[in-house]
Design a protein around this ligand. Structure first.
Ligand code: NAD
Length: 420
């Protein structure tokens, strides 16, 4: 990739990620060599994943694993099962993981992977076969010292258990550290399931403090009621905030007493729509609600040139990865909205994944309190660094976070030197 590619106007997740990298490189006054090394993913594996359906038909799905960087340690990143994923988006998400791990100062590079499949169309046994075959296709490049997958959109601790088992059966012994986000009995960490949402809530708490808004009774709308959105809602309610609306791919609801009721309904019905005592709203109406805080926690490109003008929230905390396009970002900045960027706001997941990996390596497991305390301390360190960088360099929080993350990876490159 050349520097001219980075300065063009793009709106795809990869284009957005590249334009943010270009800006960080310019703001840090790094050189063309830095751009060339940092804008290029280091290893890309595209695989065909055959699946025998329960009725005997054989179907082929595309799978990916992108190791964007291994400069600061093994690469780390989630596995997404979603019908719309492609290589460009996977590269973009792997790039974001790289800056996120550097920003939080975890000893990792960045990765991402996935299969272009709608997991809702799979039976449990089909999902297991697909997960195991995908794992075996990417097996040569993953491992606790190489690249450590975790759950993302469309995958959960069940998929991680199958991945861990597939890897371990091939190794001939149990290798819990090959994935994180596992069930506790297989070497998972206490607090991992809720970690990303807990981190989002901590970021919201700090943003409210900075904006001078009382946390008690502060109002929140959440787009996406999956692993991140649900646990963020629970944590924010526990902190005294009022969650006014939540949504999923089918639309949103408002008017509920607490999120536990909506969650119970989702577990039984697969959607928030129709939860008792709620009124239906659209996802775009949710984005425009008159609340203190908006948390996009679904997919990319939610806040765009088209949707950003309607946002009334004073704070936007990005639970999702890459939910905002550059045009959407510009509009929010012009409105004076404090945007806590994805690589900071949703870093709780990878922070506790790191704790899980450390515990697996040491075969020594921490209490829930230790996990919570350490999560809070790493996240607070990163939030304070970003806030200080934003003030001292007069840049947005997104720019500040990218400057810190990109700067650390660039420095690591320079210190390691270029082989041969
Ligand atoms: P998930 O699959 O558990 O939930 C996704 C949610 O988004 C579901 O409620 C789904 O219905 C909803 N959704 C999908 N398309 C939508 C649309 N067009 N409009 C509104 N809602 C829509 O996924 P997750 O793990 O909660 O991940 C959500 C986001 O957070 C992703 O961007 C992911 O990369 C990011 N993230 C996840 C983790 C993690 O630990 N799971 C960590 C960091 C970042």
């Amino acid at each position: 990739m050349t520097s001219s590619q980075g300065s063009a106007r793009f709106e795809s997740p990869l284009a957005t990620a590249l334009s943010q990298l270009r800006r960080a490189i310019d703001q840090l006054q790094l050189c063309d060599n830095d751009w060339n090394t940092l804008s290029t993913p280091r290893r890309i594996l595209e695989v065909a994943v055959p699946l025998r359906r329960d009725d005997g038909r054989v179907e082929m799905y595309k799978g990916y694993r992108v190791q964007y960087s291994t400069t600061r340690g093994p690469s780390k990143g989630g596995v997404r099962f979603h019908q719309d994923i492609d290589l460009d988006e996977t590269v973009a998400l792997a790039m974001l993981m790289t800056w996120k791990c550097a920003l939080t100062n975890l000893p990792y590079g960045g990765a991402k992977g996935g299969v272009a499949v709608n997991p809702k169309n799979l039976s449990l046994t089909e999902n297991e076969r697909l997960t195991r075959r995908y794992t075996s296709e990417i097996l040569p490049i993953i491992g606790p010292e190489r690249d450590i997958p975790a759950p993302d959109v469309g995958t959960d601790e069940r998929n991680m258990a199958w991945m861990m088992d597939t890897y371990s059966v091939n190794a001939g012994y149990s290798v819990p550290g090959v994935v994180t986000g596992k069930p506790i009995v297989l070497g998972g960490s206490l607090g991992r399931t809720s970690a990303t949402g807990d981190g989002v809530a901590i970021a919201v708490r700090e943003a409210l403090r900075i904006k001078g808004i009382d946390i008690h009774g502060a109002t929140v709308a959440i787009q996406g009621f999956g692993k991140v959105g649900y646990w963020a809602a629970v944590a924010m309610e526990n902190m005294g905030m009022k969650v006014m609306a939540v949504s999923d791919v089918n639309g949103g609801v408002t008017g509920f007493k607490d999120v536990a009721l909506v969650h119970k309904y989702v577990n039984e019905n697969g959607t928030v729509i129709g939860a008792p005592g709620t009124e239906k709203i659209t996802n775009s109406e949710l984005l425009g609600l008159n609340v203190d805080v908006l948390v996009p926690a679904a997919l990319s490109d939610a806040i765009t040139k088209a949707s950003a003008p309607s946002i009334k929230a004073k704070i936007v905390v990005e639970g999702a990865n890459a939910p905002t396009t550059p045009a959407g970002d510009e509009i929010m900045n012009d409105k004076g909205i404090l945007v806590v960027p994805d690589i900071l706001a949703n870093s709780g997941g990878v922070i506790v994944s790191y704790f899980e990996w450390v515990q697996d390596k040491q075969n020594y497991f921490w209490s829930a309190e230790e996990v919570k305390e350490n999560l809070n301390s790493i996240l607070m360190r990163s939030i304070n660094e970003v806030s200080e960088q934003s003030t001292s360099h007069q840049v947005t929080w997104r720019e500040a976070a990218n400057m810190i993350g990109v700067g650390r990876v660039a420095q690591a490159h320079r210190l390691r030197g270029l082989y041969p």
